[in-house]
Design a protein around this ligand. Structure first.
Ligand SMILES: Cc1ncc(COP(=O)(O)O)c(C=O)c1O
Length: 347
């Protein structure tokens, strides 16, 4: 079966590119003496996580408890959740998962730590906790001068175990805070087993941050148009595409594809919604739910109704969460079909 036999819109994955992306990242980490922990939230597919583990990953990172549970059920038992898990129902699910799996969970505040402690106590167990440090992303994370107090609080609780520090992204800009926090912990006599950094765009900085013991990356497995625009990847590294069909040519400037925001998501980069492989000079300037509006005025060849094209989406991880199935291709022939098992597992 060839890619042309698949109904559009659908997600296709170039396996040669995926293999190359995964082997290159693992080799990079091996070369730096860093453990590698793929972030599975990008693909949400256990079969791909298996390929990553077979290549040498030490475990996985999953963003939410429900996502972690899908992968734990599929046999991935070392899971880092780099996310504050808040609310007794969620922490109870987390603690249940940690009864049978090696779960490490992030925290950045005493309230979060207290919630984890309650859940671990209810299960009469010990939970591994990693403190997240704030970075230039200005998202979650504690400040360096809060870390000693938080680590002491974790270790003082008989149901919690402090394992180290986590940053996202791990860039030269985030390093001074990391160094400061590590110094303060060292001076307080608190041991640090792991320092987890991450981000596909940050991987190139890893040699400049010797404090790291492991790296997490997700986007690298597929790459996407955003990664290309940010120079994290080349176009030839983009393994995931949305196959689509030209369904209308209302004017000489405009073509309409059958993939809208329900297939591509509404993510944009530089104002565009994706890159059409067959028409590099075309520009997807807006989306309806089921239509992509494409300016083809600069294209030398003009697309015709019924023609199939392949769109590199702006964010592969957003696209994955919109599709039940992906089609894995080699030389444009169907080799495999995978369910997106953790689709919608965002709770
Ligand atoms: C905490 C954390 N670590 C790692 C990653 C992986 O980043 P990337 O997809 O850029 O490789 C993410 C992405 O969502 C994240 O939120």
């Amino acid at each position: 079966m060839s890619v042309h036999d698949l109904e559009t819109p659908c997600v296709v994955i170039d396996l040669d590119r995926l293999d190359r992306n995964l082997l290159r990242m693992q080799a990079r980490c091996d070369g730096l003496g860093l453990k590698f922990r793929p972030h599975v939230t990008t693909h949400k597919i256990p079969e791909i996580a298996r390929l990553q583990m077979d290549a040498g990953a030490v475990g996985i990172a999953a963003q939410k408890v429900s996502e972690a549970a899908v992968f734990a059920d599929a046999g991935f038992n070392d899971v880092l959740i780099p996310y504050n898990i808040v609310n007794p129902r969620k922490t109870a699910r987390l603690a249940d998962l940690a009864l049978f799996n090696r779960i490490t969970v992030a925290a950045d505040h005493p309230v979060v730590i207290a919630g984890l402690a309650d859940a671990a106590k209810a299960n009469e167990m010990s939970l591994r906790v990693i403190l997240e440090l704030a970075t230039e992303l200005e998202r979650t994370g504690a400040l360096p001068d809060e870390v000693v107090e938080l680590a002491k609080r974790i270790d003082a609780d008989e149901n919690l175990h402090f394992v180290g520090l986590l940053v996202y992204p791990s860039t030269p800009a985030s390093r001074p805070a990391l160094q400061e926090a590590l110094n303060l912990l060292h001076n307080a006599g608190i041991g640090v087993d792991m320092v987890s950094g991450g981000g596909t765009g940050a991987v190139r900085f890893a040699p400049e941050i010797p404090e790291l013991t492991e790296l997490r990356a997700g986007t690298y497995i597929f790459n996407d148009w955003k990664a290309v625009c940010k120079s994290w990847a080349d176009m030839d590294d983009c393994a995931l595409m949305v196959a689509a069909t030209i369904v209308s040519r209302p004017t000489t400037e405009r073509a309409i594809l059958d993939c809208g925001s329900r297939s591509l998501s509404s993510e944009t980069v530089d104002g565009g919604y994706g890159f059409i492989l067959e028409y590099p000079d075309a520009y997807i300037y807006t989306l309806s739910g089921e239509h992509a509006h494409v300016d083809v005025s600069k294209c030398r060849e003009q697309p015709v109704i019924g023609e199939r094209v392949h769109v590199i989406p702006v964010r592969a991880d957003m696209v994955i969460n919109l599709h039940d199935t992906v089609y894995a291709l080699r030389d444009w022939q169907l080799e495999n079909q995978w369910s997106v098992a953790a689709r919608g597992m965002v709770w």
